[in-house]
Design a protein around this ligand. Structure first.
Ligand code: NAX
Length: 334
């Protein structure tokens, strides 16, 4: 078989903590395939160039067979030119005493600039995942400033939330992670997200059971389970004194692997993508839905029955996203 054409992959915020774990998974073929050669570009801000030089040395010293070249840069033109995939991890972190609106404004500026760079320099087929927070809204801003790229090529990461939810269910039911399927995360990657197991299944004792039947604890499923997933990021910070990095990198890898290589037959995954109005979510919001993926195209799973409990939770997170988007758009006018 002829060797595959080389693809070009960009990771921003490459000198940060998620970057350090993620670059390993990009370069070793876990995401785009172990037979897929790639050119890697790492973008960060100027003061981090020394750090990136060290990361580049390490990547080269890993002697990965899939990695053709590594470039470290602080220049957006170099970073975004000709890329097939953009893993946008870099963002302005919240500093002590910083107001939410200042954080949002700082990030709107970053993602406006990166949206324009995508528009000007990236391939029109580029697939974009935004990890940097507020991830959903940042993805919407990048898409707005890249009108020559289809909006459906922009996404934000909620896979970490899905993975966290899947683990909670597996631990509660005493099964392995592979025995849990169909968990959905709806909405924003924030504390209003709705981890929903009403369509999920657990394999227990050789039988496929609805999660509600397998857990037999409705109060937990409607209460502490949801709260635990919603606040897991804060729990990791409290314990580790640093935010989730390894698990975030793994989730980003899961998201992009499934986008490029497809979801397993009969399985869906959660991805924040531009709403088309499905399930009453206002069109255009970058909202996490269950999707299936084939030939690098995602489709929102249709026809799931939503009960009153779920409908209310889905609305809370949609309302928050609409407000966040309005605030971000106001910054764009400044
Ligand atoms: P770090 O602070 O370790 O790294 C961020 C990196 O981004 C730094 O090296 C910084 O110099 C760089 N950066 C800042 N502005 C940039 C710009 N304009 N262009 C390129 N690079 C730039 O943060 P880390 O722990 O790696 O987290 C990165 C982002 O992921 C944060 O915004 C964080 O909130 C977000 N997260 C999102 C998650 C999700 O599920 N969507 C979960 C994990 C994580 O909290």
């Amino acid at each position: 078989m002829a060797p595959k054409e080389v693809i070009k992959v960009l990771v921003t915020g490459a000198a940060g903590q998620i970057g350090y774990s993620l670059l390993y998974m990009v370069a070793n073929g876990d995401i785009f395939g172990h037979d897929q050669p790639l050119d890697l570009v790492m973008l960060d801000i100027e003061p981090m160039m020394g750090v990136l030089e060290g990361v580049a040395m390490e990547l080269n010293d890993c002697a990965f067979t899939t990695l053709r070249s590594v470039v470290a840069t602080a220049d957006e033109k170099t970073g975004f030119s000709g890329i097939d995939a953009a893993l946008l991890v870099g963002a302005m972190p919240r500093k002590a005493g910083m107001e939410r609106k200042d954080l949002l404004a700082a990030n709107v500026r970053i993602f406006k600039s990166q949206g324009k760079a995508l528009d000007q320099f990236a391939k029109k087929t580029v697939k974009v995942i935004v990890v940097g927070n507020p991830a959903n809204t940042n993805a919407g801003i990048a898409a707005k400033y890249a009108p020559s790229i289809p909006t459906r090529n922009f996404s934000a990461m909620t896979r970490l939330d899905q993975n966290r939810a899947q683990h909670q269910i597996a631990a509660k039911c005493g099964v392995t992670i592979q025995d849990v399927s169909g968990v959905i995360v709806w909405g924003n990657h924030s504390s209003t997200q709705f981890p929903d197991v009403s369509h999920a299944k657990v394999n227990k004792g050789g039988k496929s059971l609805a999660v509600y039947a397998a857990c037999n604890d409705d109060a937990w499923l409607k209460g502490d389970f949801i709260k635990t997933v919603q606040s897991r990021g804060a729990a990791v910070i409290a314990a580790r004194k640093l935010s989730s990095a390894m698990s975030a990198a793994k989730a980003c890898a899961d998201h992009m692997r499934d986008w490029f290589q497809g979801t397993k037959h009969g399985h869906h995954v959660s991805m924040a993508v531009p709403s088309d109005g499905s399930y009453g979510v206002p069109a255009g919001l970058i909202y996490s839905f269950p999707v299936t993926i084939e030939n690098r195209e995602w489709k929102i799973v249709q026809g799931l029955e939503i009960n009153d409990f779920g409908r209310e939770k889905m609305k809370v997170t949609a309302d928050e996203l609409a407000q966040e988007r309005a605030d971000a758009l106001a910054v764009c006018q400044e």
